[in-house]
Design a protein around this ligand. Structure first.
Ligand code: AMP
Length: 369
């Protein structure tokens, strides 16, 4: 029997790590990306074309048993185009929902998942009224194409309304009340074609300037009720979207102890940066379970998890030899050139105990800045 093939729309680092996971399952991969030397080109074949090129999509579909994607801004029409001949997992409803913050929040409301107080914005006038309603500070977020803090503007007093509207490009948006969170958490979960779901432990995520810097997992000092809130929300979303594959749901934690509550911010219908540690930290990574799900294979329980931390390498590569003094450290290089704010690689640290992990995380942070 010939080797099954998974097609991936997008050949960035997530596509690269999906292809690496597929290889361990004896599954071939091919990725569609406009850049012939994208990160995935180091581990799989590339069809070099734009994401909406019908001929390239036909070629990808013809060569693949299933097609998946590694970023949420894949044109929905491209997914429909491929679906004429080849299954696309997760399906286009997940894309339509995640590409538009208003759709996402409407889904949270429909599923009774707590989210920040929010108003839809379609003009400067509607923004003025919404700021009066929600008060300051509040955050204006473009409905579409925002990531890593882009397409967002903080409004800390009514005088900054006009500038915020200009900053996001005067496009349809949502206005979020500012959530005074104690920390940011996420959960990674995978759903199979038979509807079974596995969930990973909670991630504690540290951002700076809107970009993820460090994830610590399993998140500590998080009471069980909070984990159950995350698991319940993720499972509701997966079932609602009839989702197949790995998803990430991002939350703010407010309150503490028995009063801790999770407020859902957004979903990512794909493998996620906050789940990279699962490669070394769990028995089955988010990438492997994604490949298993979309290729119609049984999922693997990803527990128990080892105390783990993931450090993003952003802008500059570590100097040669810099990591030699780190033990149980795994560098994943995305084969990218240096550029400000660009994610170039990540390091996963694992440990037997939390104090050991903490000490080495501090050491690692000193090395990579
Ligand atoms: P997002 O693009 O929605 O993930 O937002 C980027 C970052 O902005 C988040 O990781 C938070 O640190 C912050 N942020 C987003 N929405 C809110 C909110 N409603 N209240 C407070 N901080 C927020």
């Amino acid at each position: 029997m010939s080797q099954p093939t998974l097609g991936i729309i997008g050949g960035g680092q997530l596509g690269m790590m999906l292809a690496q996971a597929a290889r361990t399952l004896n599954i071939n991969t091919i990725a569609l990306d406009p850049n012939p030397s994208c990160p995935a080109s180091h581990v799989c074949d590339i069809i070099t074309a734009n994401y909406d090129d019908p001929q390239a999509l036909d070629e990808l579909a013809a060569k693949s048993d299933t097609v998946t994607y590694e970023f949420e801004n894949v044109p929905v029409d491209s997914a429909h185009h491929v679906m004429r001949t080849t299954p696309v997992r997760p399906g286009p409803l997940a894309l339509e929902t995640a590409q538009d913050r208003l759709n996402e929040r409407t889904m949270f409301a429909h599923l009774d998942i707590p989210a920040p107080p929010m108003r839809p914005i379609d003009s400067l006038d509607s923004l003025r009224i919404a700021v009066q309603d929600l008060g300051t500070p509040c955050l204006l977020k473009a409905r579409r194409l925002g990531y890593d803090g882009k397409g967002q503007a903080l409004i800390d007093n009514p005088a900054s309304i006009d500038l915020a509207w200009q900053t996001i490009g005067e496009v349809p948006a949502i206005l979020d009340a500012f959530v005074p969170f104690s920390r940011e958490l996420s959960i990674i979960a995978t759903r199979a074609t038979d509807g079974s779901v596995v969930t990973y432990p909670l991630n504690h995520n540290i951002h700076r300037a809107g970009i993820l810097r460090v994830t610590k997992a399993p998140a500590r000092d998080v009471p069980d009720p909070v984990y159950n809130q995350a698991k319940t929300a993720a499972t509701k979303i997966l079932n609602h979207l009839d989702y197949v594959g790995t998803i990430a749901v991002e939350f703010f934690q407010v309150g503490a102890g028995a009063n801790a509550q999770l407020i859902a911010n957004e979903i990512a219908p794909r493998v996620h940066n906050t789940g990279h540690w699962t490669i070394e930290g769990t028995p089955c990574s988010q990438f492997e379970n994604h490949v298993r799900a979309v290729m119609n294979l049984p999922l693997v329980d990803p527990t128990p998890a080892k105390p783990s931390a993931m450090i993003n390498i952003i802008g500059h590569h570590p100097r040669p030899g810099a990591l030699e003094s780190l033990t149980n450290a795994h560098l994943h290089d995305y084969h990218k050139a240096e550029r400000p704010n660009r994610k170039l690689a990540h390091i996963t640290l694992t440990a037997d105990t939390q104090p050991d992990l903490d000490a080495r995380l501090e050491h690692c942070n000193r090395i990579v800045g």
